[in-house]
Design a protein around this ligand. Structure first.
Ligand code: B12
Length: 446
């Protein structure tokens, strides 16, 4: 069985960048860089099969003139001759992901096509399409293994729980029981980074001379911010890895000097992170770390931030979201805006470069922009991000605002485009969001 796993390209839509004043353009995110950890994990669970990864984001990063999608995908299909093609999906990459599966089916209808990932988990109904044979929800490495095994034995899929599969042209949910699977513990598989080695030099962020990789210490989130997709993806559950498993992984990635934790929130358990720091020190592991840490956690545990800084924490991404209590309450952030200033001092006192991210609601008026700008100027951080509050399908916020969504084109659902009516004229709104990106201390871009 030959399996081809494809990471779709990024959506090209970025209206903030398009309309931002020229002097701000340099600082606005053009692309986020990192390996497809989900697909690498899937490949880890299929160690005894012939797996190839087509990292199309990295293909376009390494060669902006790389052939267009159809040609690139066909090149892989000719080279790999796969029996199964799997694609990973988030909302903004849905259109291209489906285009890929259409190309696969046109090339050879016998190839089994499988869709998985966050968007397939939250919105499986979007995938009831001719080009999709199987839809996998959740942390589906084990389920995918069952699919591969069934296909290799020419068996049907009715005994595999947790999937939706096509039978006689119709998609139907399997009625088989879902086998227990804990992707962070007993079913953790080391990601197959060897399969993406050819693109390692595309995983360089900012001015760093070294490539970076993603590692997760936990899956899910215990908070329930209304706009976030992560806790719905994990049905409010949080799964944490074992410390020794993380240490083993850190010791196995000599090629990567920069480690970006992919957790929704790296400090979900203070004792756990405290012990992890001790073990990193004991083992003499020297890396530069990037983590997502909540501002209320940083303010509450300054000593832990100090300890993390000592083991190599250099950059923290912190969702400030808003400077207004009433907005944080509306987003169900479970933290008070008052604390943001304290958190900034804790990070700065430890020389941690802070990226504070604000979300800008589409109904912001001139006065709201002025108030945010005044606050952000008063509380400058090294890097700051200003994205648009967006109703990602499958979130609480999506259900709240569904009637006022005016653009359902999923390729715009990446926080850089407004899919709802803005109060200000649209271009002026984007220009104002773009201008905000000038408010920060640092001069480089991450
Ligand atoms: C790593 C990551 C990335 C990486 C790699 C993604 C990739 N495919 O290339 C990079 C850096 C490229 C990236 C980019 C973006 N990302 Co991102 N990213 C993440 C992050 C931090 C971790 C995801 C992860 O690795 N989880 C761990 C792995 C093991 O789990 P997994 O991916 O879910 O995979 C498992 C299952 O889903 C399943 N599975 C996955 N794929 C498949 C495929 C098949 C066939 C099968 C069977 C199963 C399967 O099995 C896997 C193993 O168990 C999440 C936030 C989070 N903490 O979850 C955001 C997140 C997924 N990203 C998000 C977004 C929006 C983006 C961007 C579009 C924009 C942005 N501002 O972040 C950009 C891309 C555009 C751009 N301009 O660059 C959103 C998605 C929201 C949504 N509803 O669509 C998230 C949830 C962040 C958030 N807070 O909202 N991202």
């Amino acid at each position: 069985m030959r399996i081809l796993l494809i990471n779709p390209p990024r959506s090209p839509w970025n209206s903030i960048l398009q309309y931002a004043p020229d002097e701000a353009k340099h600082f606005i995110h053009k692309k986020l860089i990192g390996p497809p950890l989900g697909l690498l994990t899937l490949a880890g669970a299929l160690n005894d099969f012939d797996v190839t990864i087509a990292e199309l984001k990295a293909e376009y990063d390494s060669d902006p003139n790389a052939p267009e999608l159809e040609v690139l995908v066909e090149k892989y299909l000719k080279e790999v001759k796969p029996d199964i093609v799997g694609v990973t999906f988030i909302a903004s990459e849905f259109n291209d992901g489906i285009r890929i599966l259409n190309i696969v089916k046109r090339y050879n209808p016998e190839i089994l096509t499988v869709a998985g990932g966050l968007h397939a988990t939250l919105c499986p109904g979007d995938f009831y399409l001719d080009s999709v044979d199987v839809i996998c929800k959740g942390q589906a490495a084990g389920i995918f293994r069952e699919i591969v095994t069934a296909k290799s034995k020419n068996e049907g899929f009715e005994k595999i729980g947790g999937i939706i599969y096509k039978e006689n042209g119709q998609h139907k949910a399997s009625s088989a029981l879902i086998k227990p699977w804990n992707a962070a513990r007993e079913n953790f598989y080391f990601p197959r980074r060897d399969l993406i080695k050819q693109w390692i030099n595309t995983y360089i962020v900012g001015n760093s001379p070294d490539p970076s990789t993603y590692i997760f210490t936990s899956l899910g989130c215990q908070y329930q911010c209304s706009f976030c997709s992560i806790w719905p993806q994990f049905d409010k559950n949080v799964f944490q890895r074992e410390i020794e498993s993380i240490i083993t992984e850190l010791k196995s990635i000599d090629d990567y000097a920069v480690v970006r934790f992919s957790d929704a929130n790296t400090i979900i358990n203070v004792n756990f992170i405290d012990k992890l720091c001790d073990r990193i020190l004991e083992e003499g592991i020297k890396k530069t770390y990037v983590m997502d840490i909540r501002f209320d956690t940083a303010a509450k545990y300054p000593h832990l931030i100090e300890k993390l800084a000592k083991i190599g924490l250099k950059v923290v991404i912190c969702g400030f979201e808003s400077f207004r209590e009433e907005e944080l309450l509306k987003y169900n952030k479970s933290a008070s805006a008052e604390i943001i200033e304290q958190a900034i001092s804790v990070f700065h006192a430890n020389d941690v470069m802070l990226r504070g991210n604000y979300v800008v609601p589409p109904d912001y008026t001139e006065n709201d922009f002025e108030a945010l700008s005044e606050y952000a100027n008063r509380n400058k951080v090294v890097y700051a991000g200003y994205t648009i509050l967006s109703p990602m399908p499958g979130t609480v916020y999506y259900e709240e605002v569904k009637p006022s969504i005016i653009d359902f084109d999923l390729s715009k659902y990446n926080f850089f485009n407004s899919v709802m009516q803005t109060k200000l004229p649209l271009e002026e709104f984007y220009r104002k969001v773009g201008s905000l990106w000038l408010i920060k201390k640092g001069n480089d871009v991450i």
